[in-house]
Design a binder for this molecule. Structure first.
Ligand code: URA
Length: 235
Protein backbone atom coordinates (compact mmCIF):
# COMPACT_ATOMS: atom_id res chain seq x y z
CA UNK A 1 0.00 0.00 0.00
CA UNK A 2 3.02 2.30 0.20
CA UNK A 3 6.62 2.46 -0.96
CA UNK A 4 9.19 1.17 1.50
CA UNK A 5 10.17 4.77 2.39
CA UNK A 6 6.56 5.90 2.86
CA UNK A 7 5.84 2.78 4.91
CA UNK A 8 8.79 3.59 7.18
CA UNK A 9 7.39 7.09 7.67
CA UNK A 10 3.98 5.68 8.58
CA UNK A 11 5.64 3.35 11.11
CA UNK A 12 7.82 6.16 12.53
CA UNK A 13 4.70 8.31 12.93
CA UNK A 14 3.12 5.55 15.01
CA UNK A 15 0.25 5.08 12.57
CA UNK A 16 0.86 1.38 11.99
CA UNK A 17 -0.25 -1.32 14.41
CA UNK A 18 0.56 -5.02 14.40
CA UNK A 19 -1.88 -7.22 16.31
CA UNK A 20 -3.06 -4.16 18.24
CA UNK A 21 0.41 -2.89 19.17
CA UNK A 22 2.15 0.13 17.64
CA UNK A 23 4.63 -1.16 15.07
CA UNK A 24 8.35 -0.51 15.39
CA UNK A 25 10.82 -0.28 12.52
CA UNK A 26 12.61 -3.52 11.81
CA UNK A 27 10.12 -5.82 13.46
CA UNK A 28 9.32 -8.80 11.28
CA UNK A 29 5.69 -9.57 10.50
CA UNK A 30 3.89 -12.15 8.45
CA UNK A 31 1.33 -10.20 6.42
CA UNK A 32 -0.83 -13.30 6.08
CA UNK A 33 -1.04 -14.11 9.78
CA UNK A 34 -0.54 -10.85 11.65
CA UNK A 35 -3.26 -8.22 11.75
CA UNK A 36 -1.79 -5.02 10.35
CA UNK A 37 -3.62 -1.68 10.38
CA UNK A 38 -2.77 1.84 9.23
CA UNK A 39 -4.71 4.53 11.07
CA UNK A 40 -6.93 1.72 12.31
CA UNK A 41 -7.79 0.44 8.81
CA UNK A 42 -6.77 -3.16 8.09
CA UNK A 43 -4.17 -3.54 5.34
CA UNK A 44 -5.11 -6.31 2.94
CA UNK A 45 -3.26 -9.50 2.24
CA UNK A 46 -2.43 -10.27 -1.39
CA UNK A 47 -5.41 -8.86 -3.33
CA UNK A 48 -5.01 -11.45 -6.10
CA UNK A 49 -5.78 -14.29 -3.72
CA UNK A 50 -9.42 -15.18 -3.20
CA UNK A 51 -11.05 -17.57 -0.74
CA UNK A 52 -14.65 -18.75 -1.02
CA UNK A 53 -16.57 -20.86 1.45
CA UNK A 54 -19.24 -22.89 -0.35
CA UNK A 55 -22.07 -24.92 1.10
CA UNK A 56 -21.99 -27.71 -1.46
CA UNK A 57 -25.33 -29.27 -2.30
CA UNK A 58 -25.65 -33.01 -2.99
CA UNK A 59 -25.18 -33.99 -6.64
CA UNK A 60 -22.42 -31.49 -7.37
CA UNK A 61 -18.91 -32.84 -7.97
CA UNK A 62 -15.75 -31.38 -6.38
CA UNK A 63 -13.61 -31.60 -9.53
CA UNK A 64 -13.19 -28.84 -12.10
CA UNK A 65 -14.97 -30.84 -14.79
CA UNK A 66 -17.00 -34.03 -14.79
CA UNK A 67 -16.98 -36.59 -17.61
CA UNK A 68 -20.61 -37.40 -16.74
CA UNK A 69 -21.58 -33.76 -17.19
CA UNK A 70 -22.71 -33.19 -13.61
CA UNK A 71 -22.50 -29.65 -12.22
CA UNK A 72 -19.21 -28.87 -10.48
CA UNK A 73 -18.37 -26.77 -7.45
CA UNK A 74 -16.45 -24.25 -9.59
CA UNK A 75 -19.70 -23.60 -11.52
CA UNK A 76 -21.17 -22.27 -8.26
CA UNK A 77 -18.59 -19.54 -7.56
CA UNK A 78 -17.21 -16.63 -9.66
CA UNK A 79 -15.27 -17.87 -12.69
CA UNK A 80 -12.43 -15.32 -12.44
CA UNK A 81 -9.96 -15.57 -10.97
CA UNK A 82 -9.90 -19.33 -11.45
CA UNK A 83 -10.18 -21.19 -8.18
CA UNK A 84 -10.00 -24.85 -7.24
CA UNK A 85 -11.50 -26.83 -4.37
CA UNK A 86 -9.34 -27.52 -1.32
CA UNK A 87 -9.73 -31.28 -0.96
CA UNK A 88 -12.89 -33.05 -2.04
CA UNK A 89 -16.32 -34.00 -0.92
CA UNK A 90 -18.06 -36.97 -2.55
CA UNK A 91 -20.76 -35.97 -5.02
CA UNK A 92 -23.47 -37.03 -2.56
CA UNK A 93 -21.83 -35.30 0.44
CA UNK A 94 -23.15 -31.86 1.35
CA UNK A 95 -21.63 -29.02 3.30
CA UNK A 96 -18.58 -26.85 3.57
CA UNK A 97 -15.92 -26.72 0.90
CA UNK A 98 -13.22 -24.12 0.55
CA UNK A 99 -12.24 -22.87 -2.91
CA UNK A 100 -9.20 -20.70 -3.52
CA UNK A 101 -6.38 -19.80 -5.90
CA UNK A 102 -3.92 -19.83 -2.98
CA UNK A 103 -2.02 -23.04 -3.74
CA UNK A 104 0.22 -22.76 -0.70
CA UNK A 105 -2.62 -22.56 1.80
CA UNK A 106 -4.52 -25.29 -0.07
CA UNK A 107 -1.52 -27.57 0.21
CA UNK A 108 -1.25 -27.01 3.95
CA UNK A 109 -4.99 -27.41 4.49
CA UNK A 110 -4.97 -30.84 2.85
CA UNK A 111 -1.62 -32.08 4.13
CA UNK A 112 -2.20 -34.66 6.89
CA UNK A 113 0.72 -33.35 8.96
CA UNK A 114 -1.17 -30.14 9.72
CA UNK A 115 -4.20 -32.08 10.93
CA UNK A 116 -6.86 -29.47 10.21
CA UNK A 117 -10.06 -30.67 11.85
CA UNK A 118 -13.10 -31.46 9.74
CA UNK A 119 -16.45 -32.03 11.39
CA UNK A 120 -19.28 -34.01 9.82
CA UNK A 121 -22.88 -34.73 10.66
CA UNK A 122 -23.49 -38.30 9.59
CA UNK A 123 -27.03 -39.66 9.42
CA UNK A 124 -26.57 -43.40 9.54
CA UNK A 125 -28.61 -46.57 9.17
CA UNK A 126 -29.70 -47.99 12.50
CA UNK A 127 -28.54 -46.78 15.88
CA UNK A 128 -24.87 -47.38 16.78
CA UNK A 129 -24.28 -48.97 20.18
CA UNK A 130 -21.88 -47.50 22.75
CA UNK A 131 -19.38 -50.20 21.72
CA UNK A 132 -19.62 -49.18 18.05
CA UNK A 133 -19.07 -45.53 18.99
CA UNK A 134 -16.05 -46.54 21.06
CA UNK A 135 -14.56 -48.28 18.00
CA UNK A 136 -15.01 -45.11 15.94
CA UNK A 137 -13.37 -43.05 18.67
CA UNK A 138 -10.41 -45.38 19.03
CA UNK A 139 -9.88 -45.86 15.30
CA UNK A 140 -11.21 -48.51 12.95
CA UNK A 141 -9.30 -50.73 10.53
CA UNK A 142 -9.82 -49.70 6.92
CA UNK A 143 -8.22 -51.35 3.90
CA UNK A 144 -5.67 -48.49 3.73
CA UNK A 145 -4.82 -48.76 7.43
CA UNK A 146 -6.35 -47.86 10.79
CA UNK A 147 -7.96 -44.44 11.25
CA UNK A 148 -6.61 -42.03 13.85
CA UNK A 149 -8.78 -41.53 16.95
CA UNK A 150 -11.85 -39.42 16.13
CA UNK A 151 -14.18 -37.31 18.25
CA UNK A 152 -17.67 -38.75 18.03
CA UNK A 153 -20.91 -37.74 19.69
CA UNK A 154 -24.35 -39.20 19.13
CA UNK A 155 -26.72 -36.28 18.52
CA UNK A 156 -29.73 -38.53 17.77
CA UNK A 157 -30.11 -42.33 17.77
CA UNK A 158 -29.18 -42.38 14.07
CA UNK A 159 -27.04 -39.23 13.79
CA UNK A 160 -23.38 -38.81 14.72
CA UNK A 161 -21.16 -35.76 14.88
CA UNK A 162 -17.73 -36.97 13.80
CA UNK A 163 -14.55 -34.88 13.89
CA UNK A 164 -11.49 -36.16 12.07
CA UNK A 165 -8.21 -34.59 11.07
CA UNK A 166 -7.24 -36.95 8.29
CA UNK A 167 -8.57 -36.53 4.79
CA UNK A 168 -8.65 -40.02 3.35
CA UNK A 169 -10.87 -40.90 0.46
CA UNK A 170 -14.51 -41.48 1.57
CA UNK A 171 -13.21 -41.74 5.10
CA UNK A 172 -16.36 -41.05 7.11
CA UNK A 173 -18.45 -43.34 4.92
CA UNK A 174 -15.91 -46.14 5.28
CA UNK A 175 -15.63 -45.60 9.04
CA UNK A 176 -19.37 -45.89 9.63
CA UNK A 177 -19.60 -48.86 7.25
CA UNK A 178 -16.85 -50.56 9.25
CA UNK A 179 -19.00 -50.42 12.38
CA UNK A 180 -22.06 -51.71 10.48
CA UNK A 181 -23.92 -48.39 10.16
CA UNK A 182 -23.58 -47.04 6.61
CA UNK A 183 -24.17 -43.35 6.01
CA UNK A 184 -27.56 -42.28 4.65
CA UNK A 185 -26.67 -38.58 4.49
CA UNK A 186 -23.36 -36.84 5.13
CA UNK A 187 -22.86 -33.11 5.75
CA UNK A 188 -19.57 -31.36 6.49
CA UNK A 189 -20.32 -28.73 9.13
CA UNK A 190 -16.86 -27.37 9.96
CA UNK A 191 -13.40 -26.97 8.42
CA UNK A 192 -10.92 -25.85 11.08
CA UNK A 193 -12.32 -22.54 12.36
CA UNK A 194 -14.95 -22.20 9.59
CA UNK A 195 -18.56 -23.13 10.29
CA UNK A 196 -21.65 -23.16 8.09
CA UNK A 197 -23.26 -20.12 9.73
CA UNK A 198 -26.19 -18.94 7.61
CA UNK A 199 -24.93 -20.39 4.30
CA UNK A 200 -27.65 -22.39 2.61
CA UNK A 201 -26.90 -25.26 0.20
CA UNK A 202 -25.57 -23.79 -3.07
CA UNK A 203 -24.59 -20.50 -1.42
CA UNK A 204 -21.04 -19.25 -1.01
CA UNK A 205 -19.37 -16.27 0.61
CA UNK A 206 -15.87 -14.83 0.52
CA UNK A 207 -13.78 -15.29 3.66
CA UNK A 208 -12.85 -12.09 5.44
CA UNK A 209 -9.25 -11.27 6.31
CA UNK A 210 -9.58 -12.46 9.86
CA UNK A 211 -10.84 -15.86 8.67
CA UNK A 212 -7.93 -16.19 6.23
CA UNK A 213 -5.56 -15.39 9.09
CA UNK A 214 -7.27 -18.02 11.25
CA UNK A 215 -6.71 -20.59 8.50
CA UNK A 216 -3.07 -19.56 8.31
CA UNK A 217 -2.78 -20.06 12.05
CA UNK A 218 -4.62 -23.41 11.88
CA UNK A 219 -2.00 -24.61 9.39
CA UNK A 220 1.01 -23.35 11.29
CA UNK A 221 1.84 -26.62 12.95
CA UNK A 222 5.14 -28.17 13.86
CA UNK A 223 5.73 -29.29 10.27
CA UNK A 224 5.65 -25.72 9.04
CA UNK A 225 8.07 -24.63 11.71
CA UNK A 226 10.36 -27.55 10.86
CA UNK A 227 10.11 -26.74 7.14
CA UNK A 228 11.04 -23.13 7.90
CA UNK A 229 13.99 -24.20 10.00
CA UNK A 230 15.15 -26.53 7.21
CA UNK A 231 14.83 -23.67 4.71
CA UNK A 232 16.85 -21.37 6.96
CA UNK A 233 19.57 -23.96 7.29
CA UNK A 234 19.81 -24.28 3.51
CA UNK A 235 19.94 -20.48 2.98
N1 URA B 1 -15.82 -38.53 4.22
C1 URA B 1 -16.55 -39.14 3.28
O1 URA B 1 -16.81 -40.34 3.38
N2 URA B 1 -17.01 -38.43 2.26
C2 URA B 1 -16.79 -37.11 2.11
O2 URA B 1 -17.25 -36.51 1.14
C3 URA B 1 -16.01 -36.48 3.10
C4 URA B 1 -15.53 -37.21 4.14
Amino acid sequence: MASRRAAEDLIAEGRVQVNGEVAVLGRRVDARRDRITVDGTPVGTDPDLVYYLLNKPAGVVSTASDPQGRPTVVDLVPSTPRVFPVGRLDASTEGLLLLTNDGELAHRMTHPSFGVEKEYLAHVEGSPSPGALRRLRQGVDLDDGPTAPARVSQVAPDALRITIHEGRNRQVRRMTEAIGHPVRRLVRTRIGPLRTGGLRPGEWRPLDQEEVRELERATTGPSRRLARRALKRSD
